[in-house]
Design a protein around this ligand. Structure first.
Ligand SMILES: [Zn+2]
Length: 312
């Protein structure tokens, strides 16, 4: 199997990199595109949309409000209030990144991964021309495979980096096309476009079709889950996040991701939009070695999401 090694960049002087301490469960397969040019990674299964309990109750509330208002016009204020409360609950459901009121949401790995002592490292918002190659070098030194939730426009702008992610043995996943701050306010057609355009650009670049989706900041609305079902994608949030787009202190970022770390945790950091330390280094580059050292110290291993989560 071809293993394309990169030339490691000069490490930052303040980084205490201790190579190969973390064993990755990912196979030595460093490229999901085989010599025959075909990606052998299993595509996400298209699945029927099964509305959550809250969505089903929303149908009943709306229908009941209409029927009651027609049958007895005097109750319309109560009907409007019931619909308003329902919409409030739907909104709240989308504001909790780890919540599952609006549909399935993986915030931890399945029990099999937990029993095997595995955690998943995920990186959002790339590819970034400066940070992503250095993150890839770090992961190489630790022999760790990760899942990169890429933004479609950035992957299209930096296609070589997108391909390099897969060539180094990592997975690319879907993190919307435009990374709209107001993604959670989009309608069903716009959400479908965001998913489809990202699937197209990542599949075209890497030969591998993403299986997982992460919403911008984890915020979403009831239109997302039906669109994910149609695209063969599954929503993944996280167990822990480091807030490395906001906090320039690598020690604090790493502590948020590793304090009380348990098997089955999904960790999220950012190779795109990483805030810089006071000395000007993207904080993820100083936090990541601390994180990977901590993973090893508690006897855990890492693996890509697609190696740990099977489609039903
Ligand atoms: Zn993001």
């Amino acid at each position: 199997m071809e293993h394309r090694l990169s030339i490691p960049s000069e490490p930052e002087p303040q980084l205490e990199v201790q190579p190969e301490r973390v064993k990755s469960e990912s196979p030595p397969q460093r490229n999901c595109t085989q010599p025959d040019g075909v990606c052998h990674r299993i595509d996400g299964a298209l699945r029927p949309w099964r509305p959550s309990s809250l969505i089903r109750s929303s149908y009943i509330v709306h229908l009941g409000a209409v029927v009651a208002s027609v049958a007895s016009p005097g109750v319309w204020p109560w009907a409007v209030a019931a619909v308003a409360v329902n919409h409030l609950l739907l909104t709240i459901g989308g504001l909790f990144p780890k919540g599952s009121w609006l549909g399935p949401n993986l915030s931890r790995l399945p029990s099999a991964a937990r029993e095997e002592g595995v955690v998943a490292i995920t990186l959002d918002d790339g590819p970034d021309p400066e940070v992503t190659p250095r993150v890839l070098d770090l992961l190489d030194r630790y022999r760790v495979a990760a899942s990169f939730f890429c933004v479609g426009t950035r992957a299209a702008r930096y296609p070589d980096i997108g391909r390099e992610i897969v060539l180094r043995g990592h997975a690319v996943e879907n993190h919307t096309y435009h990374h709209h701050r107001r993604f959670a306010l989009l309608g069903p057609a716009a959400i479908r476009r965001e998913l489809a355009e990202t699937q197209a650009v990542l599949t075209g670049l890497t030969g591998c079709r993403p299986r997982f989706f992460r919403a911008v900041a984890g915020l979403r609305n009831p239109f997302l889950e039906p669109a994910l079902c149609r695209s063969g994608l599954r929503l993944v949030s996280w167990t822990r996040r480091g807030f490395d787009t906001l906090d320039p202190n690598p020690r604090r970022v790493a502590a948020r991701l590793t304090k009380g770390l348990r098997a089955g945790d999904i960790l999220v950091a950012h190779d795109g939009n990483s805030v810089r330390t006071p000395s000007g280094v993207p904080v993820v580059l100083e936090a990541l070695p601390r994180i990977l050292d901590s993973v090893a110290e508690v006897g855990l291993r890492t693996a890509r999401l697609d190696a740990l989560i099977r489609d039903p």
